[in-house]
Design a protein around this ligand. Sequence first.
Ligand SMILES: [Zn+2]
Length: 333
Amino acid sequence: MNDWYLGIDLGGSNISAALMDSHGRMRQLKKIKTLAHEGKAQVISRLVELARAVPQEANLKTQNLRAIGLGVPGIIDVPNGVVLYSPNLPGWTRVPIRRALQTALKKPIMIDNDANVAAYGEKWLGAGREVENLVVYTLGTGVGGGIIVEGNIFHGHNHAAGELGHVTILPDGPRCACGNHGCVEALVSGTAIARVAREALKKSSDSLIYELCGRIPDDVTAKHVFQAARKGDALANKIVTQTGQYLGIAVANTINLLNPELVIIGGGVSGAGELLLRPVRAEVKKRALKDSLAATKIVVAQLGDQAGVIGAAGIAMLAKLSRNSNPKRRRTA
Ligand SMILES: [Zn+2]
């Protein structure tokens, strides 16, 4: 009889859950709306409902569900299972989510930051399989990051490590959601790419991007930019190259800092593939130290938007391994 783990990815818009076994086979994937505006008590009861529904729908016996893992956007106190703060979930400050779920579901629960969890997913079953030291950039509306050191998520002193999106690349660059200027997120996120395109289109509509966004610059998305770049549009290619250069500076810094074996680029923006990676690699080559660079590959993520649920099931296995140990030492299990 297999042991099963439930991975849950709690996002600002959707909650996804999947059952996985320890070999990485997935069974039953379900997605519901978060409805974050209804408040944290409602979101927690929807989490509990979902965590009950998915094993039931798979006809799984309760005793075969060993543990539950949860990825949450924001700063997470991992050893204590507390969401300290979440920018995407209004009202979530110091929420003891593990205790709440454990009381309702009577299973060992492991929680972590969503980008850390997605990175762990890529390490377990995605582009980072069999790699022990890797870094994952998740480029979407914002830029998330996860650092895996010797097979484990690196949390830092105060649980806030791996915020790769808020490393400064351009001192006087555009303002970031965090308040700083010129962060990676303010330069290479989908939002940033769309902003650059919008500003350019307002000056001149001489670009395929203008047609793709229905001639309404305010509707332009990063996807339009990449589509136009593929068709050889000059403005689009200029924006993609510039984005790749900024990301390349960030990746080169990360390579010099951590000497990882692999840098994985994931999230919606990574759908651009080689179009984006080419300028990234060119910039990294200029900036990273030779010895580190020779050992590091830069690749696109493999799990798409399932990295979160898969990684969450992955960290659930750690909950099982360490459920009787001192919670402060969980991560070393
Ligand atoms: Zn920032």
